[in-house]
Design a protein around this ligand. Structure first.
Ligand SMILES: O=c1ccn([C@@H]2O[C@H](COP(=O)(O)O)[C@@H](O)[C@H]2O)c(=O)[nH]1
Length: 248
């Protein structure tokens, strides 16, 4: 088991909820303050915190380092959700920046191809970090891309994009895959193929319509939740409620 998977596993005894810290202010001071508050107030109900581009851009490296340190001090892992997908050289430079800012893992898009994905995983594991790949996203339009029929370049057989992404993710030894909580049947199929080699990360719970219990019963290992917690009248209670569902 990679060091990142082990750290996630250790944090998971507390909760299987990953907060998507999707704050929408662009004011650096407010963004940093609210992010630190989220980590401190909700940290006991989480195993990790995920950050999107729209939060990382206004924050900048100094704030990100402070936020990652605060999360680590609370026993939380941090994930950069940049859906990385580029040429090898750009991917490597990006990883270097992410690791030096203190992130534990990156979310990447397998459309970059298996060779680049393999390079990504080698770099991450060499730095005790992790790679989580998109296998099938959670939003309504996702199936138009991930469900496309394509020819597997290795076997020549027809398959779907998400099946191919799952196969590449498996064979390139990634640490986790993203499958939307909105498609529990696909979580179930992916879970059968995971065979303990990686974990399933499921976004799309609550606001996007996915049911946390259905996703977990289907085999999701972690739930990624943003607005259902952040926009709730009492985010602490909501995070606690979700944590209890994941641990029941
Ligand atoms: O397929 C995907 C991949 C990533 N996301 C991200 O997860 C959170 C979900 O936020 P909610 O507010 O709970 O809907 C968000 O950061 C997305 O960028 C996803 O939703 N689906």
């Amino acid at each position: 088991m990679s060091k990142f998977r082990k750290r996630m596993h250790d944090s998971s005894s507390k909760s299987l909820v990953i907060l998507a810290n999707d704050l929408d202010t662009t004011n650096l001071a407010t963004l940093e303050k609210h992010t630190l508050q989220n980590i401190q107030n909700l940290g006991n109900y989480l195993c990790a915190v995920k950050f999107n581009f729209h939060v990382l851009l206004p924050l900048g490296e100094k704030s990100i380092k402070k936020i990652n340190k605060t999360a680590h001090d609370m026993g939380l892992q941090t994930i950069a959700d940049i859906k990385l997908n580029d040429i090898g050289n750009t991917n490597m430079v990006t990883l270097q920046r992410l690791w030096s800012s203190g992130f534990d893992a990156v979310i990447a898009n397998p459309i970059m191809g298996p060779e680049n994905l393999s390079q990504l995983v080698k770099n991450a594991h060499g730095n005790n970090r992790g790679v989580i790949t998109l296998v099938h996203m959670s939003h309504p339009g996702a199936k138009l891309g991930y469900g496309l029929r394509v020819q597997d370049p290795n076997t020549g057989k027809m398959t779907s994009v998400h099946e191919l992404f799952l196969k590449w993710s498996y064979s390139m030894n990634v640490d986790g895959i993203v499958v939307g909580a909105t498609i529990p049947d696909l979580i179930r199929q992916s879970s059968k193929k995971a065979k303990g080699k990686f974990e399933i990360y499921s976004p799309g719970v609550g606001t996007q319509g996915g049911d946390p219990t259905d996703a977990l019963d289907a085999g999701a290992n972690y739930l990624i939740v943003g607005r259902t917690i952040l926009n709730s009248k009492n985010p602490k209670l909501e995070a606690q409620r979700l944590r209890e569902i994941t641990l029941s």
